[in-house]
Ligand binder design. Structure first.
Ligand SMILES: Cc1cc2nc3c(=O)[nH]c(=O)nc-3n(C[C@H](O)[C@H](O)[C@H](O)COP(=O)(O)OP(=O)(O)OC[C@H]3O[C@@H](n4cnc5c(N)ncnc54)[C@H](O)[C@@H]3O)c2cc1C
Length: 648
């Protein structure tokens, strides 16, 4: 046990559900060993699913299809407005339709390596195995994936790979996949097997006799607070990138569902692993409340460059070819423009730090399609990326067919999340976590087009085969609104609402969120240092104190009150921000999305320390002494041996 100024170290955490033996058969063996629930008994069991994105929508539809009674919740006005709808570029699968050397093993290998050897091999192998089933499932639902001239599904490439395995529907892959999952969900709603609750926000987890048995929700239209019960609870509540205020995530994305579960005992793993996406439209001013992604698929044909000279203010078209630096192609010739996101983002930061960035403030690099248009013709480029080009033009006023796009890295995805075992069960029995909300598969850096794959693998194939093992011991004793634990959970929610409304301070919720975002970006963003992180922790603690004395939440609890909704989310983001900085501080190595300036090679590449940090960091909520407790899960690599990650 070690005890530092900022954290305490506790016992290791062990994944007891993980099978051993040959990796190719681990999933089959786990499924066979798991207990089943017979179809007649499934009707007697209820599962709550929080979230209707690709992970939650697919999980709820599949569990209902199996015969369970499902209660589904989302804060949007329709399940199909979940943030997954924003996903643009594609979804990976090891189908090897291109016959270019792909396989389940290669997808597994690329993902473990891409995650900088900080993910579990068993989980990643299973993900690669299930990837092929997702495509079949989606095609059967009618998802209109792009096809090539012969009628087969088309593929393109994403970062960190040398094969083409990304299936796509123009730049709207998330939307089309979500429509598929949504239709499956609607079918079950129509049959009465799924009870759909839109505009309902989960604000607390109910634990009875040590098991997750329900949630406390607020009806966001009327403000009514209710308690909802089930035999198991599934969180599919998405990622927490909005802790940075500015990100490519939908404005509503938040950490509240996960954080309230964390406060009640669910360990939170690798919170500092944030993905900064290299190709986003640069920030244009302090008025901005969100950032826009330009899909990674654009790097299939777009070439990234900056002027060779510093502070070159000429227009792109006026800079001759020999005065341009196609720096990704130069530094990483093997992968070129398709290096993984962490590498591409850092390289963009480096050239901008050298004074060679373009556009206002020098915070931008070019993504240029001139060569692709010359080679393929404008029509072909339009067919592949038309909607993305249109979106770029609408936002910036520039026509990317005529002039290169200007892009810069921005917060995009969070690899961290609630710790789950191989069965996707958290450290609270009966609480399962799927999709971006868990930490399971991507290690320190997610490869492009792998989030949709993971969310749908979890929801359609993994959870429906593992939750049975838990539910087979149910139905559990009845819980009622009068149970002491339920009364207490409800009281916590009501007290917090009352507190927000009574502070009556002089600062808006948004102003706190924006300030938190600045701190996080400055000190826990693309580059982190011991000094910066220590400073950030102090700043966040002071911000927290100020928040609870100066925040202004107008209106009432019993009405539609967006300030009240946001206040709860920002309160959780502040605590999460502190934990992220502590996690980043304790990990004195660079890996994936976590770059510690003190730990780099002489040529500026990330330097891991496998002997010291080859583990997942699972954190227990802050104790009475104000410190979180670290539980390490040692990672074992039997198949893909940790090596220096090279894309050169
Ligand atoms: C712009 C953009 C483009 C992307 N493109 C790609 C891509 O091309 N390929 C790829 O693989 N990945 C992509 N990603 C990542 C991917 O879209 C997400 O990781 C994935 O969709 C997350 O799905 P999810 O089901 O886990 O969560 P989400 O889709 O975020 O859904 C969360 C759900 O939880 C609900 N919820 C949350 N909290 C509560 C609460 N407290 N109470 C009630 N309900 C709650 C929400 O209402 C929502 O229904 C992209 C991400 C962004 C931002």
């Amino acid at each position: 046990m070690t005890n530092t100024d900022f954290w305490t170290e506790g016992e290791p955490v062990v994944d007891k559900a993980a099978p051993d033996g040959p990796i190719e058969t681990r999933w089959e063996r786990r499924k066979f060993a798991a207990k089943l629930v017979n179809p007649a008994n499934r009707r007697k069991l209820t599962v709550i699913v929080v979230g209707t994105g690709l992970a939650g929508g697919s999980a709820a539809a599949t569990l209902a299809e199996q015969g369970y009674h499902v209660k589904s919740y989302c804060y949007q006005d329709s399940p199909r407005r979940a943030h997954s709808i924003a996903a643009q570029g594609g979804i990976n699968a090891a189908k090897n339709y291109r016959n270019d050397g792909d396989s389940v093993y290669r997808l597994f290998y690329d993902t473990v390596k891409g995650g900088d050897f900080r993910a579990r091999e068993s989980n990643v192998y299973r993900l690669a195995q299930e990837s092929v089933n997702i495509i079949d499932q989606a095609v059967a639902q009618g998802v209109p994936f792009a096809r090539e001239y012969g009628g087969l599904l088309d593929n393109r490439s994403f970062g960190g790979t040398q094969v083409s395995r990304t299936f796509y529907a123009r730049g709207q892959t998330g939307q089309q996949l979500l429509l598929g999952a949504y239709q499956a969900l609607e079918r079950q709603i129509g049959l009465g097997n799924v009870e759909m609750n839109t505009r309902h926000e989960m604000l607390e987890l109910i634990i009875v006799d040590g098991k997750a048995r329900g949630i406390v929700v607020r009806d966001m239209i009327t403000g009514e607070i209710t308690t909802e019960f089930a035999d198991a609870v599934v969180l599919a509540s998405g990622g927490y990138g909005n802790v940075f205020f500015l990100s490519t995530n939908a404005k509503g994305c938040n950490v509240t569902a996960s954080w309230r579960a964390h406060r009640k005992g669910a360990l939170f793993a690798n919170p500092c692993y944030t993905q900064i996406h290299p190709t986003c439209i640069p920030e244009s001013g302090s008025h901005q409340s969100k950032l826009t992604l330009m899909s990674e698929s654009l790097r299939n044909d777009g070439r990234v460059w900056v002027p060779k000279a510093q502070k070159d203010t000429r227009k792109a078209a006026d800079i001759p070819e020999d005065e341009r630096d196609y720096y990704l192609e130069r530094i990483y010739p093997a992968f070129g423009n398709l290096v993984p996101r962490d590498i591409a983002s850092r390289a963009a930061k480096n050239v901008c730090d050298e004074g060679r960035g373009v556009g206002p403030g020098g915070l931008g690099v070019y993504l240029d399609f001139a060569d692709a248009i010359k080679r393929l013709g404008q029509k072909a480029v339009e067919a592949k990326y038309g909607n993305l080009f249109e979106m770029y033009q609408r936002i910036t006023g520039d026509d990317p067919y005529e002039t290169p796009m200007r892009i810069y890295p921005a917060v995009h995805y969070t690899m961290g999340g609630l710790w789950v075992d191989y069965d996707l069960q958290s450290t609270i029995p009966g609480l399962f976590v799927v999709g971006e909300a868990n930490f399971s598969d991507h290690g320190a850096n997610r490869l492009g087009a792998s989030a949709l794959m993971q969310g749908l693998a979890d929801g359609y194939f993994v959870l429906p085969n593992t939750i049975n093992n838990y539910l087979a011991s149910g139905p559990f004793p009845k819980v009622t609104a009068a149970s002491a634990e339920v009364v207490e959970a409800r009281r916590q929610v009501e007290d917090q609402i009352e507190k927000f409304l009574s502070i009556d301070g002089d600062r808006t919720v948004d102003s706190f969120h924006r300030e938190l975002g600045h701190i996080m970006w400055e000190y826990c963003g693309m580059e982190r240092t011991e000094e910066g992180l220590t400073k950030a922790i102090g700043l966040i603690r002071a911000l927290k104190e100020e928040f609870w004395t100066r925040v202004k939440v107008p209106g009432k609890g019993e009405e539609l009150n967006q300030n009240l909704e946001k206040a709860g989310r920002v309160a959780d983001f502040i605590e999460l921000g502190e934990l992220m900085c502590i996690d980043a501080l304790h990990r004195r190595e660079s890996c994936g999305g976590h770059f510690r300036a003190e730990s780099q090679t002489p040529d500026g590449e990330a330097l891991r320390h496998d002997d010291e940090f080859g583990y997942a960091a699972a954190w227990e909520y802050f104790g009475a002494d104000g410190k979180p407790t670290l539980h390490k899960e040692e990672l074992e690599f039997e198949y893909v041996h940790p090596s220096t990650r090279s894309y050169k």
